[in-house]
Design a protein around this ligand. Structure first.
Ligand SMILES: Nc1nc2c(ncn2[C@@H]2O[C@H](COP(=O)(O)OP(=O)(O)OP(=O)(O)O)[C@@H](O)[C@H]2O)c(=O)[nH]1
Ligand SMILES: [Mg+2]
Length: 293
């Protein structure tokens, strides 16, 4: 999907001069693209300073300067599995953001692109029966092992079992689903902290990563979600899901800038192939519709 920011920029650059109105319009369009008010203001002010200092006035020069500024904020991280060790991925996020789908895509990506060997899925969302079945369908299609218990069971126990059995079978990657919805936020946080302690206790030698899924279509709420999960258990990397379904997508910027949480993967569709590592330059170029160089 073509991002709305680039069309807006085209209009703004059509104004011709980099004057006050130009920078106000730019700031508005960054807010519209989901950067949030404070990041938008900072980026716009920085571009204004750079443009003045370097006497930039052409559209190309301004777009490139804007790209360089955004690139300073956007952080990426490589969270592909370590071939030599057990890798545990706990997949977090509020309900409906795309956790379960992301797990299936990660399983596919790790096995095919990273040659990780067999992947195990842990049905840690025991809150809904349908969640376990949904993961079971993916496990069957992907031909990967699923560790599950009955609905209403203890998610910590499911994940513990998955770790235990992966170690004894020599499997290298465990992808654990979690419930995005609980009776209330305090419940959710307490449960995640408990799971976190279990993983740390049972898999102390493993490479353990907490991945937070952010729905690209939810706007500024994504920043609030990231704050809550990051404060509760710490997030090693974020996944931008449903990037294909939005003309915005700027939510990456405030999450990296405010929380220092880097992005690891981007999901752009519902097929298993629709996931790739997050690359900062590709992301910013896409946001601004610039060619890679
Ligand atoms: N277009 C598009 N749809 C996606 C993407 N990722 C997930 N979805 C869809 O988003 C919806 C929710 O995805 P789930 O994976 O079930 O989300 P979840 O976070 O596990 O949801 P809960 O288990 O209810 O908390 C599904 O219809 C998915 O097909 C994506 O990258 N692009
Ligand atoms: Mg789910």
């Amino acid at each position: 999907m073509k991002k709305g920011l680039s069309a807006r920029l085209k209009q703004i650059f059509g104004i011709g001069v980099a004057d006050d109105e130009f920078f106000e319009e730019l700031e508005d369009s960054l807010v519209e693209a989901d950067l949030g008010a404070s990041a938008a203001m900072e980026v716009s002010q920085e571009l204004r300073a750079v443009a003045k200092r370097a006497r930039l006035d052409s559209e190309v020069a301004l777009r490139h300067a804007l790209r360089d500024i955004l690139l300073k904020y956007v952080k990426s991280t490589d969270l592909s599995p370590d071939q030599e060790r057990l890798n545990v991925y706990l997949v977090l996020g509020v309900n409906g953001v795309g956790k379960t789908t992301t797990i299936a895509k990660l399983a596919h990506y790790f096995q095919h692109a990273c040659r990780s060997g067999p992947v195990v899925l842990a049905a840690g969302d025991t809150f809904r029966a349908a969640a376990i079945d949904q993961l079971a369908v993916h496990a069957e299609r992907l031909a990967v092992r699923l560790v599950r218990q009955a609905q209403g069971g203890d998610p910590g126990a499911v994940i513990y079992d998955a770790l235990q059995s992966a170690v004894s079978r020599g499997e290298r990657v465990v992808l654990a689903d979690t419930a995005g919805r609980m009776h209330n936020k305090a419940h959710l946080v307490a449960e995640l902290q408990k799971i976190d302690r279990i993983v740390k206790g049972r898999a102390a030698d493993a490479v353990y990563r907490k991945l937070l899924v952010i729905d690209a279509t939810t706007g500024q709420n994504g920043l609030r979600q990231a704050e809550i999960f990051h404060e509760s258990v710490g997030v090693d990397g974020a996944v931008l899901a449903k990037y294909d379904s939005t003309a915005k997508g700027g939510i990456v910027v405030p999450i990296c800038r405010t929380l220092g949480v880097p992005f690891a993967f981007v999901g752009s569709g519902e097929r298993y192939e629709d996931l790739r590592p997050f690359d900062a330059a590709t992301y910013v170029n896409d946001l601004l519709s610039l060619q890679e160089q």
